[in-house]
Design a protein around this ligand. Structure first.
Ligand code: ADP
Ligand code: ZN
Length: 437
């Protein structure tokens, strides 16, 4: 693929669903055949009597066992590799907070497919070879760096591999090189804006930014709108995970109403996390995902632990690939307090409605006596009145709105700008200090 026009592929992106399913069946069968070259799937499928012929229709995918993060850890590093080592050209690994990290390896063809997918995502929202694309994402093992790098190069953008951090240098690059498109995690996008302001600059007037790619961590639509207003640019949600190569799994089109998941590369199922049965479109559940165009290390029915839903109906853009709603977080992000299930994103959504509050907040759970409590610290923007009565009134309003959303009453504390701990990578929103009885 070297003709730029081909980064819009209507024959695939708007393929009738019946045909798309046929393509998926064909690729799934092939994937099973490839996967069975790995020690892990060879053993598993032999035990269960699974062969490519197990799959006749797309629904037959439910006959295949799941693959979990545990499986990746237990077979670390190369137990799921499905090809000869000589065919492998790249290894990525995702952070191993507990135990072994998970490793994914790629053949050259896997990397090409991945880059094409990202080029397709960027092209979809109007990025062209005349754009200057700055990638303020971590490089190295983190897939947001090299993933977007190769995608943007393929599209022909002038690509600035700025990597994460060093905001003053980022801003200098954005201004000196005339950056028009920028990729960063949403929490960093907010930080970067603060530094613009500290420098007496307004990104709307002082930069050429038009397109922002934000992803890799959960964020609310309110947060996105805030970022768009600050930068005077469109911000598109980008979903990916290292186990599925990285970014480029699902991406918003110009409608900004859900992310099209590229079903020529992935089969997505949304399942009830307890019964593991499919839920109807429109209902939330755990995303289980299968790669169907990878040779080095395909993963079949991988339990992502990410919670989302399929947005029912057709997208006005004409693409037929399913749209995934904003991710709520992972099953393990869910907090249970006083018997109520709460996602940090519900809290962010409320806080972002108040212009007086900044985008940085920290939820702390702790035990007093026999009770578990929640405190939410949120930084206030400088320009608001520091009259005690005004803050008191605001605090009451925010607390009430939170109570309506999460059904319990948190203690809301306003703290000074810059006082909450900053993370180098994805934002840390929850500190759980509860005593476990
Ligand atoms: P790690 O597991 O170390 O965070 P990854 O970089 O592979 O490694 O992270 C992938 C995870 O990041 C996803 O499983 C999901 O939980 C989260 N994520 C990625 N993109 C988004 C997004 N656009 N919205 C919400 N969450 C996202
Ligand atoms: Zn669309």
């Amino acid at each position: 693929m070297n003709n730029q026009e081909e980064y819009y592929q209507p024959e695939i992106e708007t393929m009738p669903r019946k045909e798309l399913e046929q393509l998926q069946v064909q690729r799934l069968k092939k994937t099973i055949e490839i996967a069975m070259q790995s020690p892990f799937y060879a053993k598993l499928y032999k035990e269960k009597g699974i062969t490519p012929n197990t799959i006749k229709t797309i629904n037959d995918i439910s006959k295949l066992p799941f693959t979990t993060k545990e499986d990746l850890r237990n077979n670390y590093p190369f137990g799921l590799v499905a090809t000869d080592m000589k065919n492998l050209v790249r290894l990525h690994s995702s952070s191993g907070t507990t135990g072994n990290p998970t490793v994914i390896v790629h053949t050259q063809k896997d990397l090409d497919n991945w880059a094409n997918r990202i080029a397709r995502c960027m092209y979809m929202v109007g990025v062209r070879n005349t754009d200057v694309f700055q990638n303020s994402s971590g490089y190295g093992m983190f897939t947001g760096g090299l993933g977007f790098q190769y995608g943007a190069e393929r599209l022909g953008c002038l690509t600035v591999p700025a990597a994460a951090g060093n905001s003053l240098r980022q801003i200098k690059f954005i201004r000196d090189f005339g950056t028009t498109a920028l990729h960063a995690i949403p929490s960093y996008m907010s930080r970067l804006y603060e530094v613009f302001v500290e420098q007496g600059l307004d990104p709307q007037k002082d930069t050429k930014l038009r397109t922002l790619f934000i992803g890799a961590e959960p964020h609310s639509d309110e947060q996105r709108k805030r970022i768009e207003e600050k930068f005077g640019a469109k911000a598109y949600n980008s979903f990916g995970m290292s186990e599925m190569s990285g970014p480029g799994v699902a991406f918003e089109c110009k409608q900004q109403n859900g992310m099209h998941v590229w079903e020529d590369s992935f089969i997505v199922e949304i399942l009830n996390p307890e019964t593991l049965q499919p839920v109807p479109d429109g209902e939330y559940g755990e995303m289980v995902i299968t790669s169907i165009d990878r040779d080095g290390m395909p993963l079949i029915r991988y339990r992502s632990r990410d919670l989302t839903r399929v947005i029912p109906g057709e997208c006005p853009c004409g693409r037929t690939h399913k749209r995934l709603d904003r991710f709520r977080g992972r099953t393990d992000d869910m907090l249970i307090l006083k018997g109520v299930n709460i996602f940090p994103m519900q809290i962010e959504k409320i806080l972002m409605n108040y212009t007086q509050l900044s985008s940085d907040f920290l939820i702390t759970l702790f035990t007093t006596g026999e009770n578990d409590e929640m405190t939410i610290e949120v930084e206030i923007n400088e320009l608001i009145s520091d009259r005690y009565e005004d803050l008191e009134k605001l605090n009451k309003a925010v607390t009430r709105a939170l109570k309506d959303e999460i059904l319990i009453t948190p203690k809301v504390k306003f703290v000074e700008k810059g006082s909450l701990p900053r993370s180098d990578g994805k934002a840390v929103r929850v500190k759980d200090l509860r005593q476990k009885f």
